[in-house]
Design a protein around this ligand. Structure first.
Ligand code: NDP
Ligand code: 2IT
Length: 445
């Protein structure tokens, strides 16, 4: 890494102790940015990197609520408003027991570059809570969401900060959050949240967008080698919103998707995953993958273990950060892997990324490959602002154009900086330059 960037990096790491995921995301971006600063010394003079790594605002709050037994529960809520150079802060809310400031900051930091790559007018932010929705009743989830919004409402708004879903936050939670925002503010401000239901301001294709977009991006990478999804053997991690829709899209392009996982284990279904059954078990019943295996013959369920033990030509990690390590990457590469599209945020460890890149595997990093979700959120904001709603076909066409555009911009940037096919470099530089130019133009703020 460039010595000037090393010094800035060391300061950032020292100023943010104990935030391992945030450190990892920062270091990975810094490793791409040396050549940009050679060409643009003005970015150094204006301390763009130092400013980028310091969130514009960080909000941490108490979330008290009562469970169904009448006991008081206390969780911690977060919203990190990272960068608003390109538009209102935009990014999801994650409800998972592992959430702490370091996770929210890594996600918010990645979101700045991802959102810039979409070409839409959105800044970067992220939030969430260490609340665990697993095993909670609808009524408990509602009371939690109402309490969370009772603090969050004062910090958000269609021109200020627009949250959406992430792990543990889907249509149900967005509904409860929107209802409470509306009640407190007495405003039907549709554009304050995205991922809403279709009848109350949501956008068609938003539920599918992240998974669909990841597959579209990966298909574009495959095309550069005269290849496609047709006939690929695909393994997906996770079985939530992103995973299920990635599976559906890959199958529609002719791939055999043979395995997916949840945090308890994984299934192998050599006949190809039955998406209708998967949706029934995971989305309607909020069940577990072992229930899927119990209802379909020829499926094996492996309790614990890693889904990356299953051979694949295309891997789509769609669960969580650091779920695919260097050893798993090396094993996949030995057994014929040709491409990886990250549906999750930072699912591959730094060692895994190095293994993929050294082996010449096509590697689409999350901030580019999973940008279809937030891009379609921006399309939802656009529909809300114009009080319009678009057809599925039109919205899907927009999503496809955006994903092809992100792919092409990453590829062109990698070419421009002398490392063709390096989508990590292309995404980091492409996103950074756009934000840095805007920050420079807007003065020292
Ligand atoms: P969901 O909550 O719908 O699904 C998450 C899935 O990942 C579940 O199958 C869950 O298993 C599994 N998982 C979560 N945490 C862990 C863990 N610590 N260890 C093992 N498995 C885990 O979330 P999404 O599908 O929305 O999100 C998945 C990933 O995609 C995240 O990295 C998210 O940041 C990213 N992403 C999401 C976008 C969106 O629009 N939703 C947009 C862009 C990126 P279990 O059910 O057992 O908990
Ligand atoms: O990581 C992500 O891009 C998301 N969770 C989606 C954010 C959004 O605002 O739609």
């Amino acid at each position: 890494m460039d010595a000037r960037l090393e010094a800035i990096r060391d300061t950032v790491l020292a100023r943010n102790p104990g935030e391992a995921e945030f450190h990892q995301a920062v270091v990975e971006v810094f490793e791409s940015l040396g050549p940009v600063h050679d060409r643009h010394p003005e970015f150094l003079d204006a301390a763009i990197l130092e400013r980028l790594c310091e969130p514009e605002r960080q909000i941490i709050f108490r979330v008290p609520w009562t469970d169904d037994a009448g006991r008081v529960q206390i969780n911690r809520g977060f919203r990190v408003e990272f960068n608003s150079a390109l538009g209102p802060y935009k990014g999801g809310l994650r409800f998972h027991p592992s959430v702490y400031l370091g996770i929210v900051k890594f996600l918010g930091f990645e979101q700045i570059f991802k959102n810039a790559l979409t070409g839409m007018p959105i800044g970067g932010g992220k939030g969430g809570s260490d609340f665990d929705p697993r095993g909670r009743s609808d009524a408990e989830v509602m009371r939690f969401c109402q309490s969370f919004m009772t603090e969050l409402y004062r910090h958000i708004g269609e021109y200020t900060d627009v949250p959406a879903g992430d792990i543990g936050v889907g249509g149900r939670e967005i509904g409860y959050l929107f209802g409470q925002y509306k009640r407190i503010t007495n405003r039907y401000e549709s554009g304050v949240l995205t991922g809403k239901g279709i009848s109350w301001g949501g956008s068609l294709v938003r539920p599918e967008a992240t998974g669909f977009g990841t597959v579209i991006f990966t298909q574009e990478m495959l095309k550069t080698r005269g290849d496609s999804f047709d006939g690929q053997r695909v393994v997906v991690s996770g079985s939530g919103n992103v995973a299920i829709n990635a599976i559906a899209k890959a199958q529609s392009l002719g791939a055999a998707v043979v395995a997916c996982s949840d945090s308890s284990g994984y299934i192998v279904d050599e006949a190809g995953i039955d998406v209708a059954l998967l949706r029934e078990v995971k989305e309607e019943e909020r069940g577990r993958l072992k229930d899927y295996a119990a209802r379909r013959s020829g499926v094996s369920y492996v309790d614990g273990g890693s889904v990356w033990d299953v051979d694949a030509t295309v891997a789509l990690p769609c669960a969580t950060q650091n779920e695919l390590d260097g050893d798993a990457a090396a094993r996949l590469v030995r057994n014929g892997l040709v491409a990886v599209g990250e549906g999750a945020n930072m699912p591959s460890t730094r060692e895994a990324v190095a293994v993929f890149q050294e082996a010449g595997v096509l590697f689409g990093p999350g901030k580019a490959a999973n940008a279809g979700g937030v891009a379609t959120s921006a399309l939802e904001m656009q529909q809300n602002a114009s009080r319009d709603s678009w057809s599925f076909e039109h919205t899907e066409e927009r999503l496809t154009d955006i994903m092809v555009g992100i792919h092409d911009r990453c590829a062109a940037t990698a070419d421009e900086y002398g490392d063709p096919g390096n989508y990590v470099l292309g995404a980091n530089i492409g996103g950074f330059v756009k934000v840095a130019d805007a920050m420079l133009a807007q003065g020292l703020i």
